[in-house]
Design a protein around this ligand. Structure first.
Ligand code: ADP
Ligand code: ZN
Length: 221
């Protein structure tokens, strides 16, 4: 399967991408995870991206497009991919279309995850992330608490609140989503690839997407 996940921060793109990936062999590609890994490793990419990320702003298109070109050529992408956090602007979506055209690959679906603002705010302020760059497992203080002593249940590393998960940075990310990323819904509608789900649990969202994939015209599942 080859899927693009759309929706505001906190919509559940990462969670759904993980679930879809574990059942199918398709790889989850999260630009947020890639960038946070680079920041923690202190690479040149990380140094360039850090300021924008902490402010809740987007990193420059050319930086992200370069990363994704390289990533999508990886042999592990041949079984399919779930894009979580990319594209986030029209120019990234246009670059993706052009790149996939060159690689002779078609998308199956662009899934738009619609979630009310109050649910998003609640989810993001209670979200915690594993600090191990190779793990980045997601927890939630209410629904999926970390282990004793705020440790990751998967790898034992400390679980932390992301720098961009303060109320200010979250509001900024939502504004930027509305301004820069929400036009992608129309973009993919015009491409004939859009599928919208309003489900609020991961089980329901997964079911919706699996059903939609079954009906997708060009599906290569
Ligand atoms: P979210 O929970 O907001 O979806 P992500 O983990 O996907 O968070 O991304 C965190 C930050 O990384 C973003 O706020 C942005 O600064 C940067 N980022 C991630 N993906 C992109 C992208 N495709 N284009 C520009 N910036 C990005
Ligand atoms: Zn972990």
């Amino acid at each position: 399967m080859r899927i693009v996940l759309l929706g505001p921060p906190g919509a559940g793109k990462g969670t759904v991408a993980r679930l879809l990936s574990s059942g199918s062999g398709a790889v989850q590609i999260s630009t947020g995870d890639i960038l946070r890994g680079a920041v923690q490793a202190g690479t040149p990419l990380g140094r360039e991206a850090r300021g924008c990320m902490d402010r809740g702003e987007l990193v420059p298109d050319n930086l992200i497009i370069g990363i994704m070109e390289e990533r999508l050529r990886g042999p592990d992408c041949r079984k399919g991919f779930l894009l979580d956090g990319f594209p986030r602007t029209i120019s990234q979506a246009t670059a993706l279309r052009e790149l996939l055209g060159r690689l002779d690959i078609t998308l199956d679906l662009a899934v738009n995850m619609v979630v009310p603002r109050d649910v998003i705010l609640d989810r993001l302020t209670t979200r915690r992330t594993c600090s191990n760059p190779d793990c980045q497992e997601i927890f939630n203080l209410k629904t999926r608490p970390p282990a004793e002593g705020a440790r990751c249940t998967e790898c034992g590393a400390p679980v932390v609140q992301r720098d961009d998960e303060t109320v200010d940075a979250i509001s900024r990310r939502l504004e930027i989503y509305n301004e820069k990323s929400s036009p992608l819904v129309e973009f993919y509608a015009q491409e004939g690839l859009l599928f919208t789900t309003t489900s609020l649990t991961k089980e329901e969202s997964l079911k919706d997407i699996t059903e939609a994939l079954g009906q997708a015209p060009r599906s290569t599942r």
